[in-house]
Design a protein. Structure first.
Length: 397
């Protein structure tokens, strides 16, 4: 069955909310981000209004650079709690159209509306209804892409921003993608992009038309994945939240900290909780990610793939520490830290999955005992002091 997938993405979300709530900001360049400190600020731009984009300001840009480009702009600190409240209302509107709703970020979601068409009309009609509801209820605009898979829908939503609606009809995916730059393909980073360009491949269509046995297909799994995307093929399902997509915990410090020992101790506690939840859900994680928010709200994250799926602190924590060290900047206070695990493998009914064999038996036994204690005495009953300040580094087998 051909699916109907929508990608809904709010336009310049934080800036749009600020312009909505402050009429005096409307029609003006608004930059939401850290304090520019007259060009000396060290944080980044979170989002900016379309008026600011005309000056070359964009998200993730250093705030000092934004200040140089647009000194007369209106610089606003982010109000994440307000944006989260608005986001919750948007997601509630979207949830009215399908149960198959996957929120990707604070202002972005995929919807599989294949089963909703009888009730609400075609994908295009549903997209129009959603845009209308969001504008009518929240005075904000969204851009929507409609296609038969996530990848195409995501690209489509970006093409006519702001207030866009782009529909890619089934069978025309290849044609739609062909003229677009290869940098738009998911999974194409600067390195891959440079490599593809060295092959003379600049447009997605050129990648799709490479002859069989080409050097991209010889890149292995990743190469085949790119070729499939270039041909408009993407079978990934829309995964609603309650699925086991990822398990994570994060915490905001009472006051921002630069103390490496406190960060490490907190990281261990978070990892403990994540590992316990993994085991409770009979899941093992393939990827581990660390999220960091600095005092100016600039947020970064880094992830890595484990050698084999894991559900124990002994395996996950050392990896988390390594990731944290790669993100930690000297003397920059940290506001929030999080540990997330993803690409989960679930133990299926009645059959043990191979990860039971792969995880060191000693770790699993210890983990089971710890779960037991935590269950009886609560989460703070035990700490693994040895992992925080080890005499020798914990073994990551
Ligand atoms: Mg957006």
């Amino acid at each position: 069955m051909v699916r109907t997938i929508l990608h809904v993405d709010m336009d310049a979300f934080y800036a749009a909310v600020e312009q909505r709530d402050h009429p005096e900001y409307r029609g003006k360049p608004v930059v939401v981000g850290s304090d520019p400190k007259n060009g000396k600020g060290r944080g980044i731009v979170a989002t900016c209004s379309y008026e600011a984009r005309k000056f070359g300001v964009h998200s993730a840009q250093p705030i000092s650079q934004a200040w140089k480009l647009c000194p007369h702009g209106i610089y606003v600190r982010p109000d994440m709690q307000k944006y989260a409240r608005v986001s919750a209302r948007i997601m509630r509107i979207l949830a009215g159209f399908t149960d198959l709703l996957e929120q990707v970020s604070i202002d972005e979601a995929f919807l599989d509306v294949s089963g909703s068409r009888r009730l609400f009309g075609t994908g295009t009609e549903i997209a129009v209804k959603i845009k209308y509801r969001i504008y009518n209820d929240l005075s904000l605009t969204a851009s929507v892409g409609v296609a038969q898979n996530k990848f195409i829908a995501k690209i489509a939503s970006d093409l006519q921003k702001p207030d866009g609606l782009v529909v890619v009809e089934t069978g025309r995916e290849k044609e739609f993608l062909a003229p677009l730059a290869i940098g738009r393909l998911w999974g194409v980073g600067p390195k891959t992009e440079a490599y593809l360009k060295s092959l003379g491949v600049e447009r997605i269509g050129q990648l799709a038309d490479l002859p069989p046995g080409n050097s991209v297909s010889r890149m292995g799994k990743a190469g085949m994945h790119l070729l499939r995307l270039a041909r408009g093929i993407d079978d990934r399902p829309v995964l609603p939240e309650e699925g086991f997509k990822s398990i994570g915990h994060e915490i905001t410090f009472d006051s921002d900290t630069t103390d490496p020992e406190l960060l490490k101790k907190t990281l261990l506690e978070l990892t403990e909780r994540v590992a316990q939840r993994l085991r409770k859900n009979k899941a093992c994680a393939r990827t581990v990610a660390i999220k960091f928010r600095e005092s100016d709200f600039s947020t970064s994250s880094r992830r890595t793939t484990l050698d084999s799926p894991a559900d124990t602190v002994e395996v996950i924590f050392p990896v988390a520490v390594k990731l944290m060290k790669s993100l930690l900047r000297h003397d920059v206070p940290v506001r929030l830290i999080g540990v997330h695990t993803g690409n989960l493998e679930l133990e299926e009914d009645g059959k043990q999955m191979s990860f039971f064999d792969r995880a060191p038996r000693k770790d699993r036994k210890l983990a089971a005992a710890m779960d037991d204690i935590v269950q009886r005495f609560g989460g703070n009953a035990i700490t693994r002091a040895a992992l925080v300040s080890p005499k020798k580094p914990p073994q990551n087998k």
